[in-house]
Design a protein around this ligand. Structure first.
Ligand code: ADP
Ligand code: 5GP
Length: 202
């Protein structure tokens, strides 16, 4: 059985949730943020059943697990939230967020739309601040996904389909986002994200 979420530790530094279509630039912007603030934040390392891509390492970008291992964690109530995306399972473990909070760092989650909804409605997880990173257009998103050259054609098409759903949600009145940043010029988008995230802790 997973430990209950210690809200005291997490509430001390309001967690930040960054979401947005695959290819919007979340990883790129977060990598810059972590390089600029090496001891302020903790990246919530999710569990996923998808295969590692490029230079990804187990325990750094993700914990890469089998379907059975993932399902065991679901049954043990080990996840704060979990969802399916592009045919794979993804989830934020209680342990991942707890470890970050106990180090006195601000927890940053990079999760998709269903996870955003679950976190926003979670009975005990402290309400985070939500940032949505948007691509300038669907055409540019497609170009970026293709030039990243990490996904097969089928995976790119699934991601593009899901991107429209995520964009519609972000533009609906139901989304919990506190800020939407359009990632057109990278330096400008980074500065807007940095201000939102660091302003929280100033
Ligand atoms: P995500 O983590 O949201 O899936 P990535 O950070 O992997 O997205 O970015 C997708 C691709 O787009 C990467 O190849 C990245 O280098 C590129 N990229 C990110 N931001 C920009 C930008 N502002 N202009 C051009 N290319 C970008
Ligand atoms: P990718 O396969 O490109 O790394 O991630 C695909 C999508 O899954 C992205 O939108 C990313 O934000 C989301 N994701 C990553 N980890 C989690 C998680 O733990 N929970 C949820 N709900 N989504 C996640």
């Amino acid at each position: 059985m997973a430990p209950a979420i210690s809200t005291a530790a997490l509430s001390a530094h309001t967690p930040i949730v960054i979401s947005g279509p695959s290819g919007a630039g979340k990883s790129t912007i977060l990598a810059r943020l972590f390089a600029d603030y090496p001891s302020k934040f903790g990246f919530s390392i999710s569990h996923t059943t998808r295969a590692p891509r490029g230079a990804e390492q187990d325990g750094r970008e993700y914990y890469f697990v089998t379907h059975d291992e993932f399902q065991k964690l679901v049954q043990d109530k080990g996840f704060v939230e979990h969802a399916q995306f592009g045919g794979n399972c993804y989830g934020t473990s209680v342990k991942a967020v707890q470890d970050i909070a106990e180090k006195g760092r601000v927890c940053i989650l990079d999760i998709e739309m269903e996870g955003v909804k679950q976190v926003a409605n979670h009975p005990t997880f402290p309400r985070p601040r939500f940032l949505f990173l948007s691509p300038p257009s669907m055409e540019i998103l497609e170009k970026r996904l293709r030039s990243r050259a990490t996904d097969k054609e089928e995976a790119i098409l699934k991601r593009l389909n899901q991107a429209s759903v995520e964009m519609d949600f972000a533009n609906s009145g139901e989304a919990p986002h506190d800020k939407i940043v359009v990632n057109d010029d990278l330096d400008k988008a980074y500065e807007e994200v940095r201000e939102f995230v660091v302003g929280n802790e100033a």
